[in-house]
Design a protein around this ligand. Structure first.
Ligand SMILES: *Cc1c(COP(=O)(O)O)cnc(C)c1O
Length: 395
């Protein structure tokens, strides 16, 4: 039996080959070309923002947003601990200090603890939030919408406004998610905070191979980000540079793939929804775990599906994942907490409770857009069977 159901692979059923070949034939393969501007326009229109700047990766996008926030060496930046490490590393590129926050039941930053940290551990001095113990300035907060599920942006934006901290939305996993009700009705993930960053890595809802984009409240800021991403070139012929720039611009080859993928985005989201519903049905009576939902009053892109295994399990998650692999079902655990990783062990981690719990009991299920109904049934059945049989032999 050679069946293999991957966790998340790209889907190239549209104009991908046509546009990439076109870019090659035109000779526009590097950081200039019509597909880059086209992709930027498509993204901005889709998100209802004025401008978007395409870049090399989500990581470089977060770095550019931090620079634009004015994050300097010694500043503090609030970050989640339960996320992919790429959301945090750029803080260190600026020689700033990450402060790790716990999550709520959505797996995203907990606004209650965020407020508590600002209120009890910091003091507002002339519109500057200062951390009492270290006297460092808290400049920004990075919010990750985990698996396409919105963080509680209503609460978070109110806190950020009260305490004068800039909000960078790491929307790398949530292109297409939007609020449907309340203060942010109609607003897309990435278009609510001061900055929004997207990733088009191979496993994301759309891909450019590797790539990303940044948007911001202020269109002038996005243009400045684009300028920084192209070595801060001030003159097209004479190599005049007024600032330190970066080689972070997306290439036209990547953007060609991106334009074709953007044409399919809505269809991809619909398939994600349909597949999620089927999984939910299949796991509805399962005694040892339940599928996590998505925030009320929002429309999620439902990029990744997370099964929360309950406390009755008595074997390591690693064994389960390896065993499922032998049956052709690729799954994965949620990330190791970042404040426990070597480079960040000395950083401040504020009142961790839920993140350590979730970090040990989440299993991500196969979620590629081209997965068939039959494959979903097989994956769900295999996962349930293995967990159940393991329980019996284990205790
Ligand atoms: C994918 C991802 C990133 C980084 O994106 P790259 O394009 O791979 O650099 C950052 N944060 C989160 C939460 C991600 O999932």
């Amino acid at each position: 039996m050679s069946r293999y159901i991957p966790l998340s692979i790209p889907n190239f059923e549209g104009n991908e080959k046509k546009y990439v070949l076109d870019a090659v034939e035109q000779g526009w393969v590097s950081t200039g070309g019509a597909y880059i501007t086209k992709l930027e326009r498509m993204l901005a229109d889709y998100l209802h923002t004025e401008e978007a700047a395409a870049c090399q990766s989500g990581t470089s996008g977060i770095h550019l947003a931090l620079i634009e926030c004015g994050v300097l060496p010694g500043d503090m930046v609030l970050v989640p601990t339960l996320t992919f490490i790429a959301a945090v590393n750029p803080v260190r590129y600026q020689f700033a200090e990450p402060v790790f926050l716990d999550c709520d039941k959505s797996l995203c930053v907990d606004p209650v603890k965020l407020r508590q940290f600002c209120e009890q551990e910091c003091t507002l001095k002339e519109n500057r939030l200062v951390h009492n113990l270290t006297q460092k300035t808290v400049k920004a907060l990075i919010v990750v919408h985990v698996f396409g599920n919105f963080a509680d942006m209503e609460a978070i934006m109110e806190i950020a406004e009260t305490y004068h901290i800039k909000v960078i939305e790491d929307a790398t996993e949530s292109l297409g998610s939007r609020y449907e009700k309340g203060r942010f009705a109609g607003k897309y993930a990435g278009a609510i905070g001061d900055f929004g960053v997207f990733s088009f890595n191979g496993n994301k809802i759309i891909t450019t191979g590797g790539g990303g984009a940044v948007t911001a409240k202020n269109a002038e800021t996005v243009r400045h980000i684009r300028y920084l991403s192209t070595q801060a070139k001030d003159d097209p012929h004479f190599y005049i540079h007024d600032e330190v720039g970066y080689n972070y611009r997306m290439t036209n080859l990547q953007a060609a793939l991106g334009v074709a993928q953007m044409e399919k985005l809505e269809e991809f989201i619909e398939r994600k929804h349909k597949n999620y519903e089927l999984y939910r049905e299949l796991f509805s009576d399962f005694a040892y775990g339940k599928l996590l939902g998505f925030r009320e009053d929002t429309y999620s892109n439902q990029w990744f599906y997370a099964l929360e295994l309950n406390g009755k399990l008595k074997f390591p998650l690693r064994n389960l994942i390896e065993r499922l692999e032998t049956f052709g079902v690729q799954t994965r655990a949620v990330w190791g907490l970042i404040h426990r990783q070597k480079p960040y062990q000395n950083c401040l981690a504020y009142e961790m409770e839920r993140a350590p719990y979730y970090s040990g009991c989440i299993l991500n299920l196969p979620c590629s857009t081209q997965i068939t109904e039959e494959e979903i049934r097989y994956a769900a059945q295999t996962i349930q069977r293995e967990i159940e049989s393991w329980r019996i032999t284990d205790d």
